[in-house]
Design a protein around this ligand. Structure first.
Ligand code: HEC
Length: 128
């Protein structure tokens, strides 16, 4: 699409270009719903989670920043309250592996055994 006859102003044209580029970048930042940039907010722990017990994985994977789970002293409110939902281990596994909506997938950060451990843990303690 040709620019509307900008009155010979290279400055204006540069500015327009910057504005467009800028908004594209912002949009990509907000719209990306894959887990590739989930490290932005994580800080520590992203390098690799080595915990093997479900409760520790729950903390290390930052589940607590988004979910409430009394047994883990977690009070996050971005995702569903796990004490109310009381998901089965299979449900937890499904969500943690693949992600859903604004919940990131953890298949790249947790091993299958870790996902199983955190799933069993959540299913066991939810609602207590
Ligand atoms: C960035 C925030 C965030 C993080 C971190 C996160 N979740 Fe979630 N979680 C969500 C959101 C949002 C949903 C609802 C997704 C939807 O259904 O659209 C959800 C859904 C779930 C569900 C499904 C609940 C139901 O409705 O049955 C389970 C189980 C769950 N998360 C467990 C976990 C576990 C375990 C971890 C850590 C490994 C975790 N979540 C990390 C945000 C998060």
């Amino acid at each position: 699409m040709p620019l509307p006859s900008a009155p010979g102003s290279a400055l204006l044209r540069t500015f327009t270009l910057l504005a467009v580029t800028g908004s594209v970048a912002v949009f990509a930042g907000c719209g990306g719903d894959d887990a590739s940039d989930s490290g932005d907010s994580g800080g520590s722990g992203d390098a690799g989670i080595t915990a093997t017990s479900g409760d520790q994985i729950f903390k290390d994977a930052n589940c607590s920043s988004c979910h409430t789970l009394a047994a883990a002293d977690a009070k996050g409110a971005i995702g569903p309250n796990l004490d109310e939902v009381k998901p089965s281990a299979d449900t937890v596994k499904e969500y943690v592996t693949n992600g859903e909506g604004s919940m990131p997938a953890f298949s790249g950060r947790l091993s299958a055994a870790q996902i199983q451990a955190v799933s069993d843990y959540v299913a066991e303690v939810a609602g207590q």
